[in-house]
Structure formats: structure tokens, C-alpha cells
Design a protein around this ligand. Structure first.
Ligand SMILES: Cc1cc2nc3c(=O)[nH]c(=O)nc-3n(C[C@H](O)[C@H](O)[C@H](O)COP(=O)(O)OP(=O)(O)OC[C@H]3O[C@@H](n4cnc5c(N)ncnc54)[C@H](O)[C@@H]3O)c2cc1C
Length: 394
């Protein structure tokens, strides 16, 4: 084998790059790190098409901790990811996530709120009158209020964040190669190397599968195992409004429509909905009917000032959907000595990158979690059909 690395990460999106950054920056780890990324432009990667939301409004404590740590890293990205005096600006906008509450969902949302508060999140419950007083542009018809993160919730530039992690990881010694991994070499319970599209084989002490929506399952197959991760298509719509929306929060409506301010001198808005659309690997065609049938009627109903808006463009991309329980799949694959998994984030992977990249580093370096205990997201639960579902979170 021409080259040998202690850790080879397949996929240089947010998960691969955060894992490389955490390994490279850890003084307890002096091994070599290779990240294999087939497309450095990230034209079809999930990370670069994400909405960039970060929140703690979940029902599972682990997801709350992950969201808190994600916000801390995003807030301090300029210092943490500085290279040679160059400080990245990832554009963190802490406007909050506003989850609107329908009558029938209120009990679950209240119980989630108690869990979030217990685990350190700063989320407020607003009844309909308080919601209207704080956000006069919202029509409260058909809802009984909402929940908003007062701190640590909002959005950022996912492309900028990815590039900042990648640059920092490189500056600390991680090697990124623009190549495709087409096969894994398995000897008994170990993966000993990877075959690249160029025909070259690279030796690996450990392999981390960060292949994302279309590829994590295929990379698992190369190792002779399986993962329940599939691509799901999400269409996003770029809208121009007549009102200045720059101070508005990221809002999630009870039917799954979401939206947040985006550029346009304060008059731009990015929106979409989250139906699960099964998709062929290379189908990136936006579903325009969602705009007419769901997005526009929902926005107009909730924000009457959106009566006049212009749809400027749309795009579609895939996210890594875990078909068992839509939560992270993180850890060593059972029965294999050195094949690690980090995928299945199902629409939350960018905000989860900082914590899950650090967690993967801890597993590799220490053989256990040292900061956040994310062991419930292990691969065993998948194989044993023990799902961890979010409750009342859309
Ligand atoms: C429209 C949309 C909105 C979203 N909004 C949010 C949001 O608001 N907040 C949030 O946290 N998350 C959001 N997500 C989800 C998030 O984008 C993903 O969960 C996350 O980006 C997954 O990161 P990843 O690194 O695993 O995958 P990716 O970013 O897809 O990276 C995987 C990389 O692996 C490479 N690769 C795959 N196979 C190989 C191989 N064999 N050889 C070499 N390279 C390979 C690919 O080229 C790719 O670059 C959204 C997703 C979409 C599509």
C-alpha cells in the first residue's frame, strides 16, 4: 500500500471535517488523519445546502446538549477556528427558533419545554397573547402560542462553517484528498484499507464513515454491513417580501413549514416544508408544488403581511434520513474492530457537527465519551430495533 493513515474519514462534509478538526487539535492524539472527499465543491452535499438552524428545542436530552454545544462553537467560531490571524465569520444570527403551538400539540411541547429547561436550554413559553405582543406580525388564529429560544438559537452560514472547520483541521495537520473511495479492504473484523477511484489503495488504522445521505449506507455495504440511512429530498424557496423581516426568528409552523430571514437587505426570506420525499440518488429537482400547496398558504395565513411576495428561486437537496428513528447513528459498528459510523442526522446534522465530531474524536482517542455521553445513539440500538424518537418536535 502506498500510503497509510491512522484514521481515514470518508466524506468531508460537516461530520467528516469536524471529526478531523477535533482529532487534529487533540494533544492526546498524534496519529495521521486523512479525509477523502470526492467533491470539494460540495455541489450535492447536504451541509452546503442546509438552512443552518441551531436549536435546543428537542425532547431527547442528548439532542439538547448537542444543540447547546453546537451554539457555543458557532458563537466562538471566529476564535476557535482562526488560522494565521484569519478569523472566520460564520454569520451567527441569534434570532431564536420559534415553534408555533397548536392546541393538540401543546401538552407535548410543554413537557419538552420542562426537559429543555432541566438540561440548560433557555426557552420561553409564550401564550397566544404574549406571542402577539412580542411578534405583532403573527396571526394567532388556530394556534395557542409558541416556544422560542432566548439564547443559543438561530442560524449561521453552513458553508462558511464547513470551510472554517476544514481550514483549521488542515492547519493542524489533517490531510484532505479530493478522491472517491470505491471499496474497503476487510480482513476478518478489521478494515485495513480503502480502494480509491484512481485504483490506489490507502492503508487505514481506523475508518470513519461520514458519507452522508446517499453514501453512508453504500460505504457500510463496502464493509459488509448495513445502515438504515436513505436520502430524503427537501426543497427550499427563496422569497422576496415587501416587509423588513430581518429581526424575525426562524419559525416552524405546526404543519412543518419553516422559514427565516435570508439576505435581500432585510427583505429576503428562505422557506420550505419537511414532507419526507423518497428520492432517487440524483434527483435534485425542486418540488414546486410544495410552494403553491403548502408554503405560500401557510406563510400568508400566519404572516398576513406576506400577502405580496415574490418567489425568486428554489433549490432541492438531500438529507441523511435514518429510517429507524431519525436520530444520529454514532459509534463503532458492532462486530468490527475499527469501523466507526457518524450519519443519520435527519435534518439536524450541521448543528450537530461540533458535538458529534468531538464525540467521535473521544471514541477514537479514548475509547469512550469524555464530555457528552452520546452512547444512546450507538449503532447497537439500530441493529436491535430500539428506536429513540423525538416527541412532538417537527
Ligand atoms: C435543505 C436542507 C436543509 C437543512 N437544514 C438544516 C438545518 O437547518 N440545521 C441542521 O443542523 N441541519 C440541516 N440539514 C441537514 C444537514 O445538512 C445534514 O444532516 C448534514 O449536513 C450531514 O452532514 P454530513 O457531513 O454527514 O453529510 P454531507 O454534507 O452530505 O457530506 C458527505 C460528504 O461525503 C462525500 N462522500 C460520500 N461518499 C464518498 C466516497 N465514497 N468517497 C469520497 N467522498 C464521499 C460527499 O461528496 C459529501 O461531500 C438540512 C439539509 C437540507 C438538505
Amino acid at each position: 500500500m502506498a500510503e497509510n493513515y491512522d484514521v481515514v474519514i470518508v466524506g468531508g462534509g460537516i461530520m467528516g471535517s469536524c471529526t478531523a478538526y477535533n482529532l487534529a487539535g487533540n494533544p492526546d492524539f498524534d496519529g495521521t488523519i486523512l479525509v477523502i472527499e470526492r467533491d470539494p465543491t460540495y455541489e450535492f452535499a447536504s451541509t452546503t445546502h442546509a438552512t443552518g438552524g441551531v436549536r435546543q428545542q428537542f425532547s431527547t436530552p442528548e439532542n439538547i446538549w448537542i444543540g447547546l454545544y453546537g451554539a457555543e462553537v458557532i458563537r466562538n467560531a471566529d476564535e476557535l477556528l482562526e488560522v494565521d490571524g484569519d478569523r472566520p465569520d460564520v454569520g451567527f444570527r441569534e434570532n431564536g427558533y420559534l415553534l408555533l403551538a397548536p392546541e393538540q400539540g401543546l401538552a407535548d411541547m410543554k413537557s419538552n419545554h420542562a426537559i429543555q429547561t432541566e438540561h440548560g436550554a433557555t426557552v420561553s413559553h409564550l401564550d397566544a397573547a404574549a406571542l402577539k405582543a412580542r411578534f405583532p406580525f403573527i396571526s394567532t388564529e388556530g394556534i395557542v402560542g409558541g416556544f422560542i429560544g432566548e439564547k443559543n438559537e438561530g442560524w449561521y452560514d453552513p458553508y462558511g462553517l464547513l470551510q472554517a472547520f476544514k481550514r483549521k483541521a488542515r492547519s493542524q495537520g489533517a490531510v484532505f484528498r479530493d478522491e472517491e473511495a470505491v471499496d474497503l479492504v476487510r480482513e476478518g473484523n478489521r478494515i485495513t484499507g480503502l480502494v480509491l477511484a484512481s485504483g490506489e489503495t490507502v492503508g487505514a488504522g481506523r475508518v470513519v464513515n461520514c458519507g452522508g445521505a446517499r453514501d453512508a449506507a453504500k460505504i457500510a455495504e463496502m464493509a459488509g454491513v448495513s445502515l438504515p440511512v436513505e436520502p430524503r429530498k427537501r426543497t427550499a424557496f427563496v422569497i422576496r417580501t415587501k416587509v423588513d423581516v430581518s429581526s424575525w426568528p426562524l419559525t416552524i409552523h405546526p404543519n412543518g413549514v419553516w422559514g427565516r430571514p435570508e439576505g435581500g437587505g432585510g427583505f429576503g426570506y428562505l422557506s420550505g416544508c419537511t414532507p419526507e420525499v423518497d428520492v432517487a440518488d440524483w434527483d435534485f429537482e425542486p418540488d414546486h408544488s410544495f410552494f403553491e400547496d403548502m408554503v405560500w398558504p401557510t406563510l400568508y395565513h400566519r404572516f398576513p403581511e406576506f400577502e405580496e411576495l415574490r418567489l425568486e428561486s428554489s433549490y432541492a437537496c438531500h438529507y441523511d434520513y435514518n429510517t429507524l428513528d431519525q436520530n444520529a447513528i454514532l459509534g463503532l459498528y458492532p462486530g468490527l474492530d475499527n469501523f466507526f459510523i457518524s450519519t443519520g442526522y435527519s435534518g439536524h446534522g450541521v448543528m450537530q457537527g461540533p458535538a458529534c465530531g468531538r464525540a467521535m474524536m473521544e471514541l477514537i482517542v479514548h475509547g469512550e465519551y469524555r464530555t457528552l455521553d452520546l452512547s444512546r445513539f450507538n449503532v447497537e440500538r439500530i441493529l436491535e430495533n430500539r428506536p429513540i424518537f423525538e416527541v412532538g418536535v417537527y
